[in-house]
Ligand binder design. Structure first.
Ligand code: ZN
Ligand code: ZN
Length: 345
């Protein structure tokens, strides 16, 4: 089978490997689609603390069960699945609270185990035990659509933390893939008014057609418009979906008193912009961090997709074969597509 292996920082290698044999407590999945993510790009260029070389990246995985270990129950060959990447220990204090994405002993498909940029992958015993395999019940969903479950789960996580209600106004900053997926989750949860700031004119124009209630191309424009859109109060919730420190300050300024800030995207400091953190104090705003997603978030994202209340079909803008992974990651870096997905025949 074909596998793209990261052999060292920046070194992707197309290799031919034997199909892994499936142990008694494991499940073998034939990968059908794997969505590309900024995290893959980060792993490629900068490495990652949990990354051990050589490694097959790819953590937004859909496929078909090809073999079920003799001791495994509950799964059948041929089932269409999403593979949730996080394998939690199940025993630490966070796991016991159901906050498995914060597990003290987290292992991740595509970081600690080989991920989806190969034709077959093994779900290891601890992953099977942790029920990271989500069986897809809606046959009309394509594998490309199923591969959106992981990034959608991350949006479900942050929006649950913000306790978004349909009557809330939400401001999203940045119309990359995660900004759009946050829009779709908010709309699926019934949020009536979702506004966007996107300073790139092409991305702003594209986003307008994807369901935002208002799109602004500059921070000044949104600050001017918000009073009229929010009865003079400011928005109830804001989720910056970009790494710019000034986006954080815009969110704090745009939020009303007691407004909720979803800290969902890591900030890359620019050395100049200071966070206006005292706004939190004066306006009693609430900041909620959200990192990745837990199993329960993935089940909720799957349910939203399967029910049809959340649609991603129109967000599939580029399909590539495994051979073009490096090129695809370059497209992700340049924000040239809304989504780029490795697909397998
Ligand atoms: Zn991802
Ligand atoms: Zn744990």
């Amino acid at each position: 089978m074909k596998a793209v292996v990261l052999t060292g920082p920046g070194e992707l290698e197309m290799t031919e490997r034997a199909i892994p044999s499936c142990g008694d407590h494991e499940v073998l999945v034939q990968v059908k689609a794997c969505n590309l993510c900024k995290t893959d790009l980060k792993c490629l260029t900068m490495g990652q603390r949990d990354l051990v070389y050589p490694r097959v990246l790819g953590h937004e995985i859909s496929g078909v069960i090809a073999e079920v270990g003799a001791a495994v129950t509950g799964y059948q060959k041929g089932q269409r699945v999403h593979v949730h990447p996080g394998i939690a220990c199940g025993g630490c204090a966070y796991c016991e609270e159901g906050d498995d994405n914060l597990c003290d002993h987290m292992r991740i498909m595509g970081f600690n185990y080989d991920g989806g940029f190969q034709e077959y992958l093994i779900v290891p015993e601890e992953g099977v035990r942790g029920q990271i395999i989500n069986i897809i019940e809606n046959d009309t969903l394509s594998f490309e659509e199923i591969s959106f479950i992981e990034p959608l789960s991350c949006c479900v996580n942050v929006q649950e933390k913000l306790k978004l209600a349909p009557s809330d106004t939400l401001l999203i900053i940045g119309a990359g893939r995660m900004g759009i997926l946050n829009l779709r989750v908010a709309k699926a949860l019934g949020v009536q008014k979702v506004f966007l700031v996107e300073t790139n004119p092409e991305r702003a124009a594209r986003a307008l057609k994807l369901g935002f209630d208002a799109v602004f191309e500059s921070y000044e424009a949104v600050c001017q418009a918000l009073p009229a859109l929010t009865d003079g109060k400011g928005v109830d919730a804001a989720i910056p979906c970009c790494a710019a420190p000034e986006a954080m300050n815009l969110a704090l300024r745009a939020l009303k008193k007691r407004g909720r800030f979803g800290h969902f995207s890591g900030i890359i400091p620019d050395g100049a912009t200071q966070p206006e953190i005292n706004t939190l104090h004066y306006k009693e705003q609430i900041m909620a961090g959200a990192y990745g997603c837990g199993i329960a978030h993935s089940r909720r994202a799957k349910a939203l997709l399967e029910s049809g209340s959340l649609v991603v079909k129109d967000l599939i803008t580029e399909r590539i074969p495994l051979e073009e992974l490096a090129h695809g990651l370059e497209r992700v870096r340049q924000l040239e597509t809304l989504s780029t997905i490795v697909v397998f025949d």
